[in-house]
Design a protein around this ligand. Structure first.
Ligand SMILES: Nc1ncnc2c1ncn2[C@@H]1O[C@H](COP(=O)(O)OP(=O)(O)O)[C@@H](O)[C@H]1O
Ligand SMILES: [Mg+2]
Length: 445
C-alpha cells in the first residue's frame, strides 16, 4: 500500500513538458544490441549507440564496478541524448544520477564532497530481506474497552483467515493504533509485517464485494489469500547510498530500512557527468581513486573539447582530461550528422512538439540544419509554428521558416554581425578565431 501511494502521487505531480531530449525514449537497439535506424526517438549515430548498449548490458549484469566511459564529439552530435537514452533504458530501478561538471563548483560544499555526493546518488543498493508476514482476510477486529475510561492501555483481538485456516491474534496498543490508522475493518485483506508491526491494506476481499453500497470506485478487490496465515516473504528495496545518508542523518532512520535479516546487497547505478572538461585537476584525481572502489558506479562522462588546457593547470591534454584518467576510459565518439539524419531528427521533433510541417518546409529546415547547426534548426520548429499560428495557418510553410530564420540569428550570422559592428560594443577585441587554436578559450580566459 505504501508503494501504491507513492506511485499515485508520482503520477499526479508529473508535469509533461517538452524538453530538449524529451523525444528520446531509449537507445533504439534490438535484442542483439544492433541499432535500429530510427527507434525510440533515436536516429543514426549507430556505432556510438551500439557501444552505449554494450555498456548498458554490463551495468544490467551488475558485475562490473568502476568502469568509465567517455562520449566525445562535436557540439550537437547527440552526446547528452545518448546518455539520456541509456538512462531511459535502464528503467526506474537503477539509479542514474546526472550532473554537469560545473555544478560542483557552485554548491555550498567542497568540490570533492559534491562529487562524492553525486557518486553516492548513483550507487543503488538492492536490499533483499526475508521477513515474517501475517497475511489474510480480517474476520473481526475486537477492541476491549477499558473498564475505567482512559485508564489502562487498550487491548484487543484480531481474527484473520485464509481460505484454509483461521487464527486469532492478541493486539497491543501499538497494533490497535496502526490498524486504526489504516482503517482496517472486517472484510479487508491485510498484511502485517511481524518484526515491525507495519500494517498494509492489500484490498477488500471479493466475498465482500456486494456488502456495502457506499464503496468508492477506488476500492481494490482481491482474493482471500490461501495457505498459511503466517508466511516468510522476500522483499527487495532499492535505495541509493545518498538516500541512506539522508535517512541516516535523522535519528532512528537508518534502522527503519532494515527490518529482518538482510540478505544480498548489490551495488549498481550510473553517474553521468556532462561537460566533464569543466572539472579541474583535483576532481580528476579524485575520480581516478573513486573509480577503483568496488562500490563505484559506472561513470559516463561527455565532452565536446579537443586538445585543451586541463582546468587548474597549464598543461594541455586531449579533451582537457589528464592522460592517466583518459587511459581508464572507454571512449565512444559521436560523428557529425548527415543531411538525412538531420531531416529525420527534425521530423521526430516536429512530432514531439505537435507541429505539422509541409514537406517543402521540412526540406528547407533540414538545409538550414546542415548549414548552421542541428540545435538551431530544432529551435526554429517552435518559432516557425508560432509564426504559422499568427497568420492563422495550420501547416508550417516555407514562409514561416524564412520569417523566423530572419528573426533569430544562428551563431555564424551573429558572429559575422559582431565582426562588422564590434567597435560599437563594450570590451570588444577583434581576436575571435586568431591566436587561440581552441576558439572557445577566447571566452573562457
Ligand atoms: N541521434 C539522435 N537522435 C535523435 N535526436 C538527437 C540525436 N542526437 C541528438 N539529438 C537531439 O539533438 C539535440 C542536440 O543534441 P545533444 O545531445 O544535446 O548534443 P551534445 O550533447 O552532443 O552537444 C538534442 O535535442 C538531442 O535530443
Ligand atoms: Mg550536451
Amino acid at each position: 500500500m505504501a508503494d501504491l501511494k507513492l506511485s499515485e502521487t508520482r503520477d499526479l505531480t508529473r508535469i509533461e513538458r517538452i524538453g530538449a531530449h524529451s523525444h528520446i525514449r531509449g537507445l533504439g537497439l534490438d535484442s542483439a544490441l544492433e541499432p535500429r535506424a530510427v527507434s525510440e526517438g533515436m536516429v543514426g549515430q549507430t556505432s556510438a549507440r551500439k557501444a552505449a548498449g554494450v555498456i548498458l548490458q554490463m551495468i544490467k549484469e551488475g558485475r562490473i564496478a568502476g568502469r568509465a566511459v567517455l562520449i566525445a564529439g562535436q557540439p550537437g552530435t547527440g552526446k547528452t541524448a545518448i546518455a539520456m537514452g541509456m538512462a531511459k533504458s535502464l528503467g526506474l530501478e537503477t539509479p542514474f544520477a546526472m550532473i554537469s561538471a560545473s555544478e560542483i563548483f557552485s554548491l555550498e560544499m567542497s568540490k570533492t564532497e559534491a562529487l562524492m555526493q553525486s557518486f553516492r546518488k548513483a550507487i543503488g543498493v538492492r536490499i533483499k530481506e526475508e521477513t515474517e508476514v501475517i497475511e489474510g482476510e480480517v474476520v473481526e477486529v475486537q477492541i476491549d474497552r477499558p473498564a475505567v475510561a482512559g485508564a489502562a492501555l487498550k487491548t484487543g483481538k484480531l481474527t484473520m483467515k485464509t481460505t484454509e485456516m483461521e487464527g486469532v491474534y492478541d493486539l497491543g496498543a501499538k497494533m490497535i493504533e496502526s490498524l486504526g490508522k489504516e482503517k482496517v475493518q472486517s472484510g479487508d485483506v491485510i498484511a502485517i509485517d511481524k518484526p515491525s508491526g507495519k500494517v498494509t491494506k492489500l484490498g477488500r476481499s471479493f466475498s465482500r464485494s456486494r456488502d456495502y453500497d457506499a464503496i468508492g470506485p477506488q476500492v481494490r478487490f482481491v482474493q482471500c489469500p490461501d495457505g498459511e496465515l503466517q508466511k516468510r516473504k522476500e522483499i527487495v528495496h532499492c535505495v541509493t547510498l545518498h538516500e541512506i545518508d539522508v535517512i541516516n542523518s535523522r535519528t532512528q532512520g537508518f534502522l527503519a530500512l532494515f527490518t529482518g535479516d538482510t540478505g544480498e546487497i548489490r551495488a549498481e547505478g550510473v553517474l553521468f557527468i556532462d561537460e566533464v572538461h569543466m572539472l579541474d585537476i583535483e576532481c580528476f584525481s579524485f575520480l581516478n581513486r573513486a573509480l577503483e572502489n568496488e562500490m563505484a558506479p559506472i561513470v559516463v562522462v561527455a565532452t565536446n573539447r579537443g586538445i585543451t588546457t586541463i582546468r587548474g593547470t597549464n598543461y594541455k591534454s586531449p579533451h582537457g582530461i589528464p592522460i592517466d584518467l583518459l587511459d581508464r576510459l572507454l571512449i565512444i565518439t559521436t560523428q557529425p550528422y548527415t543531411k538525412d539524419d538531420i531531416g529525420k531528427i527534425l521530423d521526430i521533433r516536429c512530432q514531439e512538439e505537435d507541429v505539422e510541417m509541409a514537406e517543402e518546409a521540412k526540406a528547407l529546415l533540414t538545409h538550414i540544419g546542415v548549414e548552421t547547426s542541428l540545435r538551431y534548426a530544432i529551435h526554429l520548429i517552435t518559432a516557425a509554428a508560432l509564426a504559422c499560428q499568427k497568420r492563422k495557418g495550420k501547416v508550417v510553410e516555407n514562409e514561416d521558416i524564412t520569417r523566423v530564420y530572419n528573426l533569430f540569428l544562428d551563431v555564424k550570422r551573429s558572429t559575422q554581425y559582431l565582426m562588422e559592428y564590434q567597435e560599437q560594443y563594450m570590451f570588444s577585441e577583434a581576436s575571435i578565431g586568431d591566436g587561440d587554436e581552441d576558439g572557445t578559450n577566447a571566452m573562457l580566459s
